[in-house]
Structure formats: C-alpha cells, structure tokens
Ligand binder design. Structure first.
Ligand code: T46
Length: 138
C-alpha cells in the first residue's frame, strides 16, 4: 500500500514485504499509509482453539487485524447486513474493519493477533449485545 486511503467496507490491505526467504521479512505500518492514525496497539495470544472471541461490534472504532503467527478465522456481519468470512494467515496482510461490524474470531494453535486501532480503549464504544447490533443496522 503506498497512499492514505479510506474504506467503507471490510478490506484486506496488502503491506509491503521486505526481505527474502533466506533472511526473513519485515512489513511496516505507518500513519501516512493507513486509513486512520494509530492510537492503540494490542495483541492477543494463547487463545485455545475451541474458544470464539469477539462477539461484539464497535460504534466508531476502526481497526486493522493481522495474524502475525498462525491463522485466524474472522466472521463478520457488516452494517449492510452482509456476512463475510476471512482467513487471516499472511503476516503481510491486514484486515481493515470499519465501524459497525459484528465480529467473531477463532484462532489456530499458537496464533497471535495484532491489532492497530484508531482510538484508545473505551468500553462505551462496544456493542456487546447481538440483538442490539441487529436492531441498530435494521
Ligand atoms: C476486537 C477484537 C479483535 C482492555 O482493557 N483494553 C483494550 O484495549 C482491549 C482490546 C481489551 N481490554 C480488556 C477488556 C476485557 O476485559 O481486555 C478484556 C478482553 O477484551 P475483549 O473481551 O473485548 O477481547 P476480544 O478478543 O473479544 O476483542 C478484542 C477487542 O476488544 C476488540 O476491539 O475487535 O479483539
């Protein structure tokens, strides 16, 4: 990705991959090439394979999710009421999530999720009731 661009829908963003298989690779996210300025970074790890995380949407938050190790199945319901599935397994690809996307996530063994977020943590930005989310997008 070489320019700042905004997206209205969940979108896979391809980041530069520098290096080669003999030395390994590096990918870089800088505010100048992202759809938002990063205000928070968090990572999720040691998630058992039979656990489904998420079960919420965000009112305003935008995020980019990466599987920096292993693979992560992401299921979404968008504000347009579409159901979308993504399998994240390439560390140079990030899944951009706009506001108002219901998400669930299932991790492979030893998968690690890295998230770049547009805002600091605010519990009041979460919609944790699916019923409430479906009413809001109806
Ligand atoms: C998302 C998916 C992909 C904080 O105190 N600060 C934080 O920045 C975060 C992300 C979480 N927390 C606390 C809130 C809960 O007590 O950590 C606990 C676990 O959070 P949660 O149940 O929301 O975790 P996930 O994995 O279901 O969801 C997280 C993010 O919260 C969410 O925004 O999109 O990862």
């Amino acid at each position: 990705m070489s320019m700042n661009k905004t997206f209205d829908r969940p979108t896979i963003i391809h980041f530069n991959k520098i290096g080669n298989s003999s030395i390994g690779f590096i990918s870089i996210a800088e505010n100048s090439i992202l759809p938002f300025d990063i205000k928070r970074v968090y990572w999720t790890y040691f998630t058992p394979q039979d656990v489904i995380r998420g079960h919420h949407a965000h009112k305003d938050l935008q995020q980019i999710l990466f599987a920096v190790n292993g693979s992560i199945e992401v299921e979404l319901i968008t504000k347009e009421k579409e159901t979308l599935k993504f399998n994240l397994s390439n560390p140079s690809e990030g899944l951009y999530l706009p506001p108002m996307c219901w998400r669930t996530l299932q991790f492979s063994h030893s998968a690690v999720l890295l998230c770049l977020a547009s805002e600091e943590y605010t519990e009041s930005d979460y919609i944790r009731s699916k019923e409430e989310f479906l009413k809001l997008i109806a």
